[in-house]
Design a protein around this ligand. Structure first.
Ligand SMILES: [Zn+2]
Length: 69
């Protein structure tokens, strides 16, 4: 039995913050919200566009940045 695929939600970062990756100095544009296997958020972090992509590798991404219009 392997570990189930972790899920992460992407949300727009509506406030100004710095990417939480220590060596990165870009502004955060995205909030990554990690979900546990019940779909409950257990951790969130603000990151730039590049790190948002990197940190989501091999995770199931739920993109909530795009609003249906
Ligand atoms: Zn970054």
């Amino acid at each position: 039995m392997g570990e189930p695929l972790r899920e992460v939600e992407l949300l727009s970062c509506g406030y100004s913050a710095k990417c939480s990756v220590p060596w990165c100095s870009h502004p955060a544009t995205t909030i990554l919200r990690y979900l546990d296997n019940q779909g409950r958020p257990y951790r969130q972090t603000d990151v730039c566009e590049t790190h948002a992509r990197e940190l989501c590798v091999e995770m199931k991404v739920i993109d909530r940045k795009r609003r249906s219009e």
